[in-house]
Design a protein around this ligand. Structure first.
Ligand SMILES: [Zn+2]
Length: 346
């Protein structure tokens, strides 16, 4: 995300993370104490659902930033209502009880195994008095928060083939158990109303007006051609959506639409390089802009052409511009039109 925004345009920074990633990373860090501290800070940042992102980042670099100045540019400031404080004091006591039973039985579990067992599943489930009814993702988040607080800790065990991270009772457990301390965690609010990703994608696509859909279809064809004919700066292959992305890439779990190149170009009927640059960025516009604008201008000319030049198929009365063939039809009119204007100025 460090390179985002260098063209002066808005950018979406997306952090891919899930709690279940932590044990693998921890095992990779191995015996490096500094590495473990860095990983903890990273996990803390990722698990934090409340603090303004810019405040967290600034703090990391020893700077101060007032969350008021964020201007709702980060997801936390945009949707503070999504996060709800929940008391997990009793659940923490239950988990510690379960971990102590494991210790007596000389058993040890990874985060994944522990999350299952605490929910009453797996080979050695927790006794019913300790079981939690939460979803697995929430259980993993709770265990990680307790890990950050030292109430549980991890033990890395090495085999000849791999290193595993096991969750055991931590150094702060005894103090917590003998005190009245309350522990809370921020949880994402249940959003029953939120549509699934599939509905969102299908619904939006179905809902497009026919003429917009025609443009999107043609641009989709173009991006496939461009992807096949070009290579990335490091010589790799392009995927079509890297050239022009589509509405379908809506991230439903964080309710964010990343890129809407195809539909933006179609809906705004973009036919100038300047407008295109502000929509898809200067780099992409510089590289693929002419091809994209050619398609757009041909479509434009098709719709502007006199009715007699429009070829209709016998099965459909809808105007369906096809770039290659219709380009010739419209182009003549267009050039004449510009020539007339030019002559006027002379
Ligand atoms: Zn913010």
């Amino acid at each position: 995300s460090g390179r985002a925004g260098r063209d002066g345009l808005g950018a979406d920074c997306i952090l891919y993370y899930r709690s279940a990633d932590q044990p693998r990373l921890s095992a990779m860090v191995g015996g490096d104490a500094n590495g473990h501290n860095n990983l903890k800070e990273m996990v803390r940042y990722c698990e934090d659902l409340r603090t303004c992102r810019r405040v967290s980042l600034s703090q990391h670099f020893g700077q101060e930033f007032d969350a008021m100045d964020c201007n709702q540019q980060c997801d936390h400031c945009q949707h503070p209502e999504k996060c709800k404080v929940e008391d997990i004091t009793q659940e923490t006591h239950s988990l510690l009880k379960f971990l102590n039973i494991q210790k007596d039985n000389k058993e040890k579990m990874t985060l994944n195994q522990l999350a299952d067992a605490w929910r009453g599943n797996g080979k050695s489930p927790a006794p019913s008095s300790c079981v939690t009814k939460r979803k697995k993702g929430e259980v993993e988040r709770i265990i990680l928060q307790l890990l950050l607080e030292g109430i549980v800790t991890e033990k890395i065990a090495h085999t000849a083939y791999q290193s595993n991270s096991y969750i055991i009772v931590g150094p702060e457990a005894r103090t917590f158990q003998s005190s009245n301390r309350k522990i809370t965690i921020d949880m994402l609010q249940e959003e029953g109303k939120r549509k699934s990703g599939g509905e969102e994608m299908g619904g939006k696509k179905k809902g497009l007006p026919k003429h917009i859909q025609n443009v999107v279809d043609q641009l989709t064809g173009l991006r496939t051609q461009l992807a096949a004919a070009n290579t990335t700066s490091d010589g790799g292959k392009f995927l079509p959506h890297q050239i022009l992305s589509e509405q379908g890439e809506h991230l439903s779990w964080i309710d964010l639409t990343v890129h809407v190149d195809l539909i933006s170009i179609a809906e705004h009927n973009i036919t100038s390089m300047e407008h295109l640059s502000t929509t898809i960025g200067q780099t992409k516009a510089g590289r693929f802009g002419e091809d994209i604008l050619n398609v757009m201008r041909n479509i434009q000319e098709f719709y502007n052409a006199p009715a007699s030049t429009v070829t209709k198929t016998s099965t459909s009365t809808t105007k369906t511009p096809v770039t290659k063939t219709k380009a010739k039809v419209g182009k003549g009119n267009r050039i004449n039109f510009h020539e007339e204007i030019d002559n006027d100025f002379e």
